[in-house]
Design a protein around this ligand. Structure first.
Ligand code: G6P
Length: 607
């Protein structure tokens, strides 16, 4: 959602801030702004809409200075207007602030500050922070930031500039990501490493309750008592190319094509001498027999990965597995105790509902295993154990490689746990390991087998609604295929368990309605063919997915996507890829903003 960035050094701040904000665009935003210390006074420029509007405005109002802060805002409190955009400035012009997160007690603070004579110009929760800074200012901005932060409830990553200290930035963090960049003669902060890698790969991950003073000469981090903290400088593992389009028209297409490699990086290092080794989780192996239930929780596509995981883990480990949306689980008073293993799945590691569900279940005694892509993220820190998906940075709002690598980790976990529990034989374990190792190649084959997808999209582009149907794991894949289509092409679409057709959806099938029928589970193929016949009889057009070499499908479906032959348990990875491509080309045919779909954010950090 919102993104923040800060720079102090010897270069002109505006281009550095703008390039940082550009890299944060993918998180989703509807206005942007920057403030620069122009040598003793603060000046800011803000604009609603795309960053281009801000850039236009900066042409007529250039800001010169070598330190400043920037923000991309995704409106929560107040419409996406110029005035509500960040930064916000104090009445005396001494402080400007950018903020990610939500200040839950802002209404009380606003009342209190108004009574004390402060003038508010925006409707945002953030503005209380900057007036608190002025209220507590007695000379040292560091002290004012700490005092102001002590009054805030909710979540924040704050970036502050003070007119009197032209080369210093101040930051604070609570439940919202914040990373500091250590350069040579320059320093940075940002809500996301993608905004920093162009300048430095040396970063400091801030923890909750920490503050920092940032100057070109160095960074000091301290705790809520003001005592200095020694922080480790980490090296970001990926480089700037990973966060750029590399010749593709969209990040989404690039990320779809990167899946074979991302899967290889996620799977291969975890297989040694024909066995799965989950280094980060090995110490839990002996406790596995005490687990009575596995609960997988997540939001969006990560939840859909969990739905696949449920089938695979239950089938191989013979333990009951539930997959539940984090936004539901957190309010359900769930039956969870120390015999529950909670698997939390999240690409960003910052999704608000997922974090809340994690905390709720942890408090009830569950052991928490996180499957996360972003190193050092909140979920990674809160969990007892972390298995990282090594997908690299994912920029497109609609996840692709994030999802398939999540499925890969859940598959690895299932085989690993089944071996540890003795629910599969040594021979089947060896066969599954071979299958897992072949998934990157099968992912590539799923791309190569379906060169006709752009033409299919041209043919079907005018569809106004469609249905995805499937059974078992095919149904779990329908959920994700349907979401992919609707989020980027805005075409109404629903995923249905094929066996439920007669309980509702069939009433909506009429002449020309497109039905995407996933029929890759061979054991259920005939059942699926009955469903296909039912919808065909009512005039539907059927785009089917079937295993490579399946000829029976040709007599039933109008068009076919072919999926490389794979063990039925591991089909989700090759099977989703043509559906991702179908969604991509449908959106492209309809002229949609593919990487930044309307109203959506990459990382949903508020409830
Ligand atoms: C947003 C994104 C989705 C993602 C979901 C969960 O809706 O647009 O792509 O699946 O959040 O995000 P997470 O980072 O927890 O996987």
């Amino acid at each position: 959602m919102c993104g923040i960035v800060g720079y102090t050094g010897s270069s002109s701040a505006v281009p550095v801030l703008l390039s940082g904000l550009k890299r944060l665009e993918y998180r989703g935003y509807d206005s942007a702004g920057i403030a620069v210390n122009t040598g003793g006074s603060l000046q800011m420029v803000k604009a609603s809409g795309h960053l281009e509007h801000l850039m236009e405005r900066l042409k007529s109002t250039p800001l010169s200075g070598t330190s400043g802060i920037g923000h991309t805002r995704w409106a929560t409190h107040g419409a996406p207007t110029d005035i509500n955009a960040h930064p916000h400035m104090s009445n005396d012009g001494q402080f400007a602030v950018v903020h990610n997160g939500i200040i839950e007690n802002y209404a009380q603070l606003r009342e209190e500050l108004t009574e004390n004579g402060f003038q508010f110009s925006s409707e945002t929760d953030t503005e209380v922070i900057v007036h608190l800074l002025e209220y507590y200012d007695q000379g040292d901005p560091k002290v004012a930031v700490m005092k102001a932060a002590s009054r805030l409830e909710g979540s924040y990553a704050l970036g502050v500039v003070c007119a009197r200290f032209p080369d210093t930035l101040y930051t604070a963090r609570l439940s919202s990501p914040l990373i500091l960049g250590v350069g040579i003669g320059e320093s940075f902060f940002a809500s996301d490493v993608t905004a920093l890698v162009r300048h430095t790969k040396n970063v400091i991950y801030m923890e909750d309750g920490e503050f920092a003073c940032i100057t070109p000469r160095g960074i000091e981090v301290f705790d809520s008592t003001g005592a200095p903290i020694r922080k480790t400088v980490s090296r970001v593992a990926w480089d700037v190319e990973a966060a750029e389009k590399g010749g593709y028209d969209h990040f989404m297409l690039k990320e779809i094509m990167e899946q074979p490699r991302a899967l290889k990086l996620t799977i291969e290092p975890r297989i040694r001498d024909g066995r799965i080794v989950l280094d980060e989780f090995e110490s839990f192996r002996a406790q596995l027999p005490n687990i009575r239930k596995v609960v997988i929780t997540a939001c969006g596509s990560a939840y859909h990965a969990g739905c696949v995981g449920r089938y695979v883990i239950e089938q191989l480990c013979r333990i009951p597995v539930e997959a539940e949306l984090a936004s539901e689980l957190r309010y359900r008073n769930p039956i969870i105790d120390s015999s529950t293993l909670l698997i939390v799945v999240s690409q960003s590691g910052e999704t608000a509902d997922t974090i809340a569900a994690l905390k709720e279940c942890k408090a009830r005694g569950a052991t928490v295993l996180a499957v996360v892509n972003v190193v050092g993220s909140t979920i990674a820190k809160l969990a007892d154990y972390v298995l990282y998906t090594w997908a690299g940075p994912e920029i497109a709002v609609a996840t692709t490689k994030g999802y398939t690598t999540q499925v890969a980790v859940l598959d690895l976990f299932a085989v690993w746990a089944a071996e540890a529990l003795g629910t599969i034989s040594a021979q089947s374990c060896a066969d599954y390991v071979k299958q897992l190792l072949s998934l990157p190649e099968r992912a590539q084959r799923a791309i190569d087998l379906n060169p006709g997808i752009p033409a299919l999209a041209r043919q079907y582009k005018a569809a106004d609604a469609m249905f995805f149907i499937g059974r078992n794991i095919d149904y779990a894949i329908c959920l994700e295929g349907s979401l992919k289509l609707k989020e980027i092409s805005y075409i109404h679409s629903e995923a249905y368990a094929a066996g439920e057709l007669k309980h509702g959806t069939i009433a909506l099938i009429d002449e020309g309605r497109l039905v995407v029928a996933l029929a890759c589970q061979e054991a259920l193929f005939d059942k699926m063919m009955s469903n296909v016949r039912e919808v065909k009889a009512r005039g539907a057009q059927v785009l089917a997915a079937a295993l490579e070499g399946n000829r029976r499908i040709l007599s039933q479906a109008d068009d076919v996507l072919y999926i490389p032959d794979t063990d039925p348990l591991f089909l989700a990875i090759p099977e989703i890829i043509p559906l991702q491509l179908f969604a991509y080309y449908m959106a492209r045919e309809n002229g949609c903003d593919i990487d930044k779909p309307k109203n959506l954010a990459k990382s949903v950090t508020v409830e």
